[in-house]
Design a protein around this ligand. Structure first.
Ligand code: ZN
Length: 317
């Protein structure tokens, strides 16, 4: 099953000539999860040949414009193209009201169900679950209510060793073995010991998206050992004070958190427009945590068992 992140934008506050505001697409299996939707996100989806019809869920971290101004446009296009599949939208209080007003005065009656899930951004809690994954909110410390999102694969099935399987097993028993259970008879005596007929499952993968926030070391328990951690790095560390009073973080702080949480790989984003060249931010992080990359639009990060593979998206002609 694929587990990959596409970066559609990573600028903070205002777009710049080469950078769009925050938007990312996380694909797990055949489900597309859109995380934040800054201005121009639908253009970015087109540019990188991604079909927005496949998006099942949209998550908005907070109501600063650089994280959601692309949403009314994207929803409107979905409507004009006759979408029928329901769309689940997760966001802070107020978002539903903003959109309703927009649709009211444009006389829009959506062709699809927009199911709004209002988030409590102050707590760590599960907000979504399907057969493959769970999604939790991660509370951020920002000027307005703001949360990040933690995507985790559920425990993956244990592969069966076919030649060792007794012939009498039913379908239900095979499913139970894949879940890691032993097989017993009606009296409770052991028929098949799981460890003898199954292999260790592949490791479950995880992605933590930490949106706008002050440096917040108490996030650590939620981020421990995640495969991929995105953390905002609006400023270089020489502007640490400015970062603190604007409720943002520096590249070094993002790396400190990644190192303490022993994550596999760190992605930096939400860069201030003052940085034309992002190399100093990257180097600052690398000094603290060697597995760091810039989340630059067009990048794909695939989470594989042994490595994080970085690729480039193809642009439409
Ligand atoms: Zn913000």
């Amino acid at each position: 099953m694929e587990f990959e992140l596409r970066i559609l934008g990573s600028s903070s506050a205002t777009p710049s000539a080469n950078r769009h505001p925050t938007a990312q697409l996380l694909t797990i299996g055949n489900q597309h999860h859109l995380i934040d939707c800054g201005e121009g996100t639908q253009m970015q989806l087109m540019r990188y040949k991604i079909k927005h019809q496949r998006i099942c869920n949209i998550y908005i971290s907070h109501l600063h414009g650089d994280h959601y101004f692309g949403l009314p446009g994207l929803l409107s296009t979905m409507h004009l193209q006759g979408r029928h599949t329901p769309l689940h939208l997760f966001g802070p209080p107020g978002l539903s009201e903003i959109l309703s007003l927009q649709f009211k005065y444009s006389g829009t009656n959506l062709t699809f169900d927009l199911v709004f899930h209002e988030l409590d951004t102050t707590v760590y809690q599960q907000i979504f679950e399907d057969k493959d994954i769970t999604v939790h909110t991660i509370p951020m410390e920002h000027r307005i209510p703001c949360c990040g999102f933690l995507f985790r694969e559920k425990p993956r099935p244990r592969p069966l060793i076919k030649e060792k399987l007794p012939a009498f097993l039913t379908h239900a028993q095979l499913v139970a073995l894949k879940r890691g259970e032993d097989i017993t008879d009606a009296d409770g005596s052991l028929l098949v010991l799981n460890a003898e007929v199954t292999l260790e499952p592949k490791k479950s993968r995880s992605y933590a998206f930490c949106s706008d926030s002050r440096f917040k070391p108490d996030l650590l328990p939620h981020l421990r050992h995640v495969d991929l951690l995105y953390h905002e790095a609006t400023f270089a560390d020489e502007l640490r004070e400015r970062a603190s009073y604007t409720y943002h973080s520096t590249a070094a702080q993002a790396a400190e958190l990644a190192a303490a949480a022993q994550v596999r790989h760190l992605l930096l984003g939400h860069f201030s427009v003052r940085y034309k060249d992002l190399t100093p931010l990257l180097h600052e992080a690398l000094d603290v945590f060697p597995q760091s990359s810039l989340a630059v639009e067009g990048n794909i990060f695939q989470v594989e068992e042994k490595e994080i593979v970085q690729l480039q998206m193809q642009k439409a002609e």
